[in-house]
Ligand binder design. Structure first.
Ligand code: FMN
Length: 220
């Protein structure tokens, strides 16, 4: 795909088909994502690539933990609150999702079921967990954010759909212990990926963006 088409066509996939992505394709995605720039070229990202049967057992333990009512304890604090325009955008984002699925305002059970889909990786056959080094601070996490964007665009370039998931950073201790990560590896987020179930109702809408003119202040 042309770059512009690629950027405009990527969307967060929330229902995947079971078909796995072939390993050489995943390796090409990883290889392209390695081109991500980082401060002083430190390349802080390390990726735990969960695939095959390991996804099933990981999902079972994470889902049980999340459904068990444990409060998230992320390495990087989740937003404290959403006010003003951010509150508005967040609301639209949620309304679009629930409307696509026919989950009404009063349907708390349906909303909770959909929240827990995060911990089922939306049925994705692969999950990448993106970590940074604690000592690199906020810019290490920024570099990882760039990596996530490049990973998702690289995936789309090969016809592979994806979704970045901060939800997967809710329980980093569980993930460190499960995958033998040292305590100074901090979890930024996960990326679930695979081939989209494109006909699923959850994919009937696309999110919108503010116009560039609303965010850029031109000086001179
Ligand atoms: C860092 C990051 C974390 C995200 N975490 C979640 C998540 O936990 N669950 C989810 O359903 N979507 C998550 N998203 C997806 C966003 O909701 C989505 O990118 C946004 O609504 C714009 O929609 P689009 O990706 O379809 O363009 C995340 C996106 C980013 C970039």
């Amino acid at each position: 795909m042309e770059f512009e088409e690629l950027v405009r066509n990527r969307y967060s996939c929330r229902k995947f088909l079971p078909a796995p992505v072939l390993r050489p394709t995943i390796e090409r995605i990883l290889d392209l994502a390695q081109q991500t720039p980082s401060w002083c070229n430190v390349q802080p990202w390390q990726v735990v690539l969960v695939t095959g049967g390991a996804v099933t057992s990981f999902r079972d333990s994470l889902l049980a933990h999340a459904a068990g009512g444990h409060s998230p304890k992320p390495d990087f604090p989740f937003p404290l609150r959403y006010e003003g325009i951010y509150r508005e955008r967040r609301k639209v984002c949620g309304v679009q999702l629930y409307q696509a699925l026919g989950i009404g305002r009063e349907n708390r059970e349906g909303a909770e079921r959909q929240r827990l889909e995060n911990f089922r990786f939306f049925d994705a056959p692969h999950v990448a967990l993106i970590t940074t080094e604690e000592e690199l601070g906020v810019y290490g996490a920024v570099d990882c954010g760039l990596y996530v964007a490049n990973f998702m665009l690289a995936a789309k370039n090969f016809g592979v759909d994806s979704i970045a998931q901060a939800a997967l950073a809710s329980y980093p201790d569980l993930i460190r212990s499960r995958f033998g990560l040292p305590s100074n590896r901090k979890l930024v987020c996960g990326i679930s990926f695979g081939y989209a179930d494109a006909e699923h109702p959850i994919h009937r809408y696309r999110t919108e963006r503010a116009r560039a003119g609303e965010v850029a202040t031109w000086i001179g």
